[in-house]
Design a protein around this ligand. Sequence first.
Ligand code: OAD
Length: 231
Amino acid sequence: MENKPRLVFSTGAGVSAESGISTFRDSGGLWEQYDVMEVASSEGYHKNPALIHRFYNARRRQAANAAPNNAHLGIARLENKFDVYVITQNVDNLHERAGSTNVTHLHGRLDYVQACDNPELVYKVDDIETGTSVDTVIDGHRVRPHIVFFGEPVPEFENALRIVRQADIFVIIGTSLSVYPAASLLHYVRPGIPVYYIDPQPSADVPHNVRVIAKPATEGVEELINILTHE
Ligand code: OAD
């Protein structure tokens, strides 16, 4: 059987920016319009759960109306030549809708909710238009968005580490590398493997061996595909 090289992507909000989904920390980003502690922390959830339901209902509708861009599509097509894994901080499902078959969501998923009394019980949100509220009950459980709030553990991190440690090529796209533990993934790659970072305004906080492609995701992925298929 053919042994394809393992190509691992670590993506953030920037990979979905050209699909019209706002990033968090860019100018005009979500954290300029909302207080992150109110809508994305466990304290915020306990203080005002109704606000959190409304916030994620709106984001779920926005994501459902967005389409994968050429960066998501290019990553999915690379499965022809590589054993591709996508680890994403994003809560949209644009990688899956582009055709990627192996996606790990570090910070949860907008299209799911979880039982308030058991985070391991997750349910798909059927009615994207209406969404959920503090009164939504599924299988006898009140539910909340399936989002990892600040202050909560990141259950998929161990799984992500296992994938990153076996990468032959590692590619970071569209993240400010400011949220941990996601930002630390790059430090777990095997020494000497090629590491790329596609972002028009890349964080300066990366090791010197990282090859920076300072371009938007769609152009950067096109360039990456040229490099990977001609090197
Ligand atoms: P940020 O908003 O912190 O960073 C977005 C990155 O995308 C920046 O480095 C931008 O330069 C880059 N960017 C903007 N447009 C781009 C484009 N067209 N192509 C490529 N890159 C582009 O978003 P994240 O790093 O993903 O967590 O944020 C990490 C986490 O912080 C999120 O998952 C979210 C947030 O709080 C939770 O809500 C749990």
